[in-house]
Design a protein around this ligand. Structure first.
Ligand code: NAD
Ligand code: IPM
Ligand code: MN
Length: 360
């Protein structure tokens, strides 16, 4: 029996979580797996219900759970709040609380999606990469402030990394590469930043422990360019918190939409799974959102938290079967073609999981 904590959050969060839950229920029925679901207030919904984006009831609930599936948080309703009270701060506190330092963001350009990629198909073909983003330190967690100096405002954010914070995520990068094509690109800004200097040194020190992995160092600006020039050269990229955030949104478009990309945030204890996109207030409540990133996040949960490989494979196969059949949500619909709604997409994937298991 696995207990899954659902944090639907705001905007399209609840819509995409509902579809992932539908698919998980199909997995349970098809494979005889027992899962329970409990929803907790989080983000803007946490502020509205409990006055806190990461309420105590949520913190207590997730400690009793086997894994956490999060939708998205934030929106114009809470944008005027001071930074430390905003929905997004709930995410930062949650990640720190769980110590989920390794955030895996896989981007795969399936052949059926090639024509949705803004790059020429011959450039994007075969792209299958994972960004391993450091998630619990760096500039997101450094000292920040704003004050008046010499008659004007000044503001600062600081980026700090300890050697052990770097080492553990770099090891996650090497280990991820060892299970794949054994190429690791470490992405930094070592020509300017001292944290990057330490980062590069540690990657160099650890490399001899992983002799089967070919290591490259890339500066972040070059990495962003290479991602558009030749994305299929990448296998695993490991990088700090802010660079990983930006690089993963850029890379998401290779798969046709930010709505396609899942993530797993792994740490020593309970892990967290979430799509990489935000709450998309512009399309919330209209049935236009793509639930696939959240459904694939649920698949990562089955694999990484529960060790249910066959079930995770089945969800991923079901998603690509539905895409092969030509179904698309609005974000990936070409002019003159019909879109399915968020809920229809979830149902199609759930039905496919059931159909596939009936054939086994
Ligand atoms: P966003 O990712 O919410 O949206 C960017 C664009 O992508 C929008 O046009 C949106 O409609 C589209 N989009 C995003 N997800 C989609 C999906 N599943 N299907 C179809 N289209 C999708 O980023 P933003 O607009 O910069 O931020 C909106 C809010 O979300 C902000 O409050 C921000 O802080 C928050 N945010 C939260 C998370 C998170 O919860 N993990 C991540 C990013 C942004
Ligand atoms: C993400 C988001 C978050 C981040 C925000 C909402 C704090 O953009 O999960 O990618 O920057 O980590
Ligand atoms: Mn982001």
């Amino acid at each position: 029996m696995k207990s899954i904590a659902l944090l639907p959050g705001d905007g399209i969060g609840p819509e995409v979580i509902a579809e992932a839950k539908k698919v998980l229920a199909a997995v349970g029925a098809a494979y005889g797996r027992e899962m329970t679901f409990e929803s907790y207030p989080f983000g803007g919904a946490g502020i509205d219900e409990c006055g806190d984006p990461y309420p105590e009831v949520t913190a207590a609930g997730i400690r009793r759970s086997s894994a956490i599936l999060l939708g998205a948080v934030g929106g114009p309703r809470w944008d005027a709040l001071p930074l430390e009270q905003r929905p997004e701060r709930g995410i930062l506190r949650l990640r720190a609380d769980l110590d989920v330092y390794a955030n895996l963001r896989p981007v795969r350009v399936h052949d059926v999606l090639l024509s949705y990629c803004p790059l020429r198909p011959e450039l994007a073909k075969g792209t299958d990469l994972v960004i391993v983003r450091e998630l619990t330190a760096g500039i997101y967690y450094g000292e920040r402030g704003r004050s008046r100096a010499n008659g004007e405002w000044q503001a600062y954010d600081t980026c700090t990394y300890t050697a052990s914070q770097i080492e553990r995520v770099v090891r996650a990068g090497f280990e991820t590469a060892q299970k794949r094509r054994k190429i690791l690109h470490s992405v930094d800004k070592a020509n300017v930043m001292t944290t990057s200097g330490l980062w590069r040194e540690i990657v160099g020190d650890l490399a001899p422990e992983y002799p089967d992995v070919k290591v490259h160092h890339l500066l972040i600006d070059n990495a962003a360019m290479q991602m558009m020039r030749s994305p299929s050269q990448f296998d695993v990229l490991v990088t700090e918190n802010l660079f990983g955030d930006i690089l993963s949104d850029e890379a998401s478009m290779l798969a046709g939409s930010i709505g396609m990309i899942p993530s797993a945030s792994l740490g020593p204890d309970v892990s967290l799974y979430e799509p990489i996109h935000g709450s998309a207030p512009d399309i919330a409540g209209l049935g236009l959102s793509n639930p696939i990133g959240t459904i694939l996040s649920a698949a990562m949960m089955l694999r990484h938290s529960f060790g249910w490989e066959a079930e995770a494979d089945a969800v991923e196969a079901a998603v690509f079967r539905v895409l092969e059949e030509g179904y698309r949500t609005r974000d990936m619909t070409k002019v003159g073609t019909e879109a399915v709604t968020t809920s229809e997409m979830g149902s199609l994937v759930a039905e496919e999981v059931l159909k596939m298991s009936a054939k086994v």
